[in-house]
Design a protein around this ligand. Sequence first.
Ligand code: GDP
Ligand code: CA
Length: 317
Amino acid sequence: MITALAGGVGAARLLRGLVRVVAPTEVTAVVNTGDDTELHGLHISPDLDTVTYTLAGLNDDERGWGLAGETWEVMDSLERLGGQTWFRLGDHDLATHLFRTQRLADGATLSQVTAEISRALGVSVRLVPMSDDPVRTHLKLVDGPEVSFQEYFVGRRHAVAVESVRFAGAGTAVPAPGVLDAVADAEVVIVCPSNPIVSIGPLLAVPGIADGLTTRRRDVVAVSPIIAGAALKGPADRLLAELGHEPTVVGVARVYADFVGTLLVDEADAASADAVEACGVRCVVAPTIMHTPEHAAALASLLLDAGRASGTLRSVR
Ligand code: GDP
Ligand code: CA
């Protein structure tokens, strides 16, 4: 079994490649729910949906979120009523949120609903939310209020400086069923190229997950979401810097050093390999930009090789 820790788009892309080199039924993805939000009375789980839609082949690759061929009749009608439309929900996407919300109201857990949705959409990777308990990412803005993740990311287009981040509810959250076993029993644990602060951070804040990873450190392989000092998309580079980390592969290595044995960095960062290893993390240099599913498969293959070889290589820590 291979276990992947996942945020949204970067993770979804990698998983789409991973299932080309490993049987999908052998893959478990533990997905961030810190971005989850309630809108119009609906429970929305953006990262779970991004991963599910991508693995189902239903995602809109260009937009990066939501379903391909989506229509927006409900949002248009809502706008006429003066309703909240800053967070765009497509007509077909809304069905997912209606289904999830109803099932949760019936008493199902988020894990159960996630399994039901992925089964219905033909996804055979096991997708597990990090916790069935609510964990919500909040960001305190510099000279501003504390806002929810979606208010920061969508509402303010992450164009504001952040002073601190907290994961409300994480302290008392319990890992979802199967999460700790998925980390303990995996042949290789992959940390997807996701935002270290707001996508991987919430997973680490759920008691038990970070400890489980540390125990498996030698077999944990991460892909840097930072390439040549910048995120490909989104605020990962700025968030790292604002919270006092170096926005480089070395900064990522330092943030991950306690629980990651090997960091894959892009060829553009080859010159930083020694500095990464100086953090006690083995460094593998490779092309890491997933332009196509074929690139993603090649990257996944390298990650598996790196993870499987970890036992035979010198331990850097
Ligand atoms: P979300 O989609 O907003 O939930 O964000 P993620 O947590 O998935 O993080 C996006 C991060 O993934 C950004 O920092 C990107 O730089 C990184 N990313 C996206 N695609 C790729 C890729 O093809 N290669 C690498 N190395 N990083 C990527
Ligand atoms: Ca996300």
